[in-house]
Design a protein around this ligand. Structure first.
Ligand SMILES: *Cc1c(COP(=O)(O)O)cnc(C)c1O
Length: 440
């Protein structure tokens, strides 16, 4: 081992961002359950408020337990900074506002998490943040054609929900950068283990930590990570360059900009000092602790989930009550080549299949599963099942569902850590119930 050999992913997921000597030598990350912090002295308070000394002021904008989660994800994604927030939706919302503050358009694809789709379609336009959907997500040129003078960023998801489709990320990144735009990737389904967003051209990464990062279905949280490479001074983002009273130099009183004070991590610093400070969706220290616990076993869980997924995909492919299976590992899947390029360790454990019976039979099928939990989360240690068109993507009208490639017979699975044989047996008995009992 050479002195400068960078630490491996698995070492970082267990240790990054935590030095026990700074925390009374506690082996496990302590939960700093405090709202506020003593300033120590008037002199120190001046330095803290003047951003001349790094330190904690108030847990809404920073907490030592939350900071371990932020630093650990920064290390795993090889970024320069991160900010943790109270949910994945807060991460999505703050990111889009920070990009298009004062008005602008986010260019994206209809293949989005249902909550994100709904928010950017119906809520964000009311705040001047408009959205434009590309015509053909599979064709990178479709993104180029849709860019206008008002476009502020391209937003995509690394693996789509529920059909596990994959985009040509590098081609889309090049188009974004040619046009002075950042590429934002929601890598919730990819996870930092399966998908190296920054090396493929992302500028900002969003996570719903609720899913694979926490991994046990216990905790809501979100994280935004940046790598400090994007040029926010290219004229499209004046809010990064404007002098702010809050960032004034304590000695001279001169107001400074986000870019001036935080050159390495301007995006997440600005979210912390504007949106986290004033909209306030702060992650609680206890929840950060649970998410850190989850990260410790990320690799082991995701590897097992992928191994289980491959077995379940194989089972479904040979099942005559299944009309199609949408996962890159399925025979003839059109995203296989992209998956091999971008997801060499596997394209995740969340995917969908077509149920070949009628609505009544689908009801019996869903009511008959015993091991699979019928609910709307993903990335849990438990296996989950849901009829997406009527639930997670139920806010999309039929036209929007068609645009997002979600067919009425879609069933989504999120494969967990149980024995694969038991999962397959559970699906088998539920299919049998559906096709015996409910033949009309
Ligand atoms: C769940 C999810 C979100 C929202 O996260 P919450 O933690 O539930 O607020 C955003 N994006 C994707 C891809 C998700 O799966």
């Amino acid at each position: 081992m050479t002195e400068h050999q960078p630490l491996g992913f698995d070492t970082l997921k267990v240790r990054a961002g935590y030095d026990s000597s700074e925390h009374q030598y506690a082996v496990s990350v302590p939960i700093y359950q405090t709202a506020s912090y003593d300033l120590g002295s008037v002199e120190r308070a001046e330095k803290l408020f003047g951003m001349e000394e790094a330190g904690y002021l108030y847990t809404r904008i920073g907490n030592p337990t939350v900071a371990v989660l932020e630093q650990r994800l920064t290390a795993l994604d090889k970024g320069t900074g991160a900010v943790a927030v109270a949910s994945g939706m807060a991460a999505v919302g703050y990111t889009l506002l920070n990009l298009a503050e004062g008005g602008g358009t986010i260019l994206t694809t209809p293949r989005l998490y249902g909550g994100t789709f709904d928010a950017i379609k119906h809520l964000f336009p009311k705040f001047g943040v408009k959205v434009e959907f590309v015509e053909n997500s599979d064709d990178p040129q479709s993104f180029r054609q849709a860019i206008g003078p008002d476009t502020k960023a391209i937003l995509i998801e690394s693996i789509s929900n529920p059909n596990a489709t994959i985009l040509d990320v590098e081609a889309i990144a090049e188009i974004a950068h040619d046009n002075g735009l950042p590429l934002v990737i929601d890598n919730t389904f990819g996870t930092p283990y399966l998908f190296d967003s920054f090396s493929h051209g992302a500028d900002i990464i969003i996570y719903s930590a609720t899913k694979a990062i926490g991994g046990h279905g216990t905790t809501i949280g979100g994280v935004i990570v940046e790598n400090g490479k994007f040029n926010w001074a290219n004229g499209k983002f004046p809010h990064f360059e404007e002098p702010q009273f809050l960032l004034r130099d304590q000695a001279t009183g001169r107001e400074r900009s986000t870019l001036e004070v935080f050159p390495d991590a301007p995006f997440t610093s600005r979210i912390r000092l504007s949106y986290l400070a004033y909209f306030g969706a702060a992650l609680s220290p206890f929840d950060a602790f649970l998410l850190i616990q989850g990260l410790v076993t990320l690799t082991e869980r995701v590897d097992k989930q992928i191994a289980n997924t491959l077995k379940v995909v194989k089972y479904l492919e040979q099942n005559d009550k299944v009309s199609w299976v949408s996962h890159p590992a399925a025979e003839g899947n059109p995203y296989r080549e992209l998956a091999e390029k971008y997801f060499p360790k596997g394209a995740g454990s969340i995917f969908s299949f077509g149920f070949s019976g009628n609505d009544e039979q689908l009801k019996v099928f869903l009511n008959s599963v015993k091991l699979f939990s019928y609910h709307a989360n993903v990335g849990d240690a438990r296996s989950l099942i849901i009829n997406s068109p009527k639930t997670t993507h139920g806010e999309l009208n039929p036209e929007e569902q068609a645009l997002a490639g979600i067919k009425p017979e879609t069933v989504r699975l999120s494969i967990g850590l149980e024995s694969a044989e038991d999962l397959i047996a559970d699906l088998e008995q539920a299919f049998n119930q559906a096709f015996v009992k409910a033949v009309v």
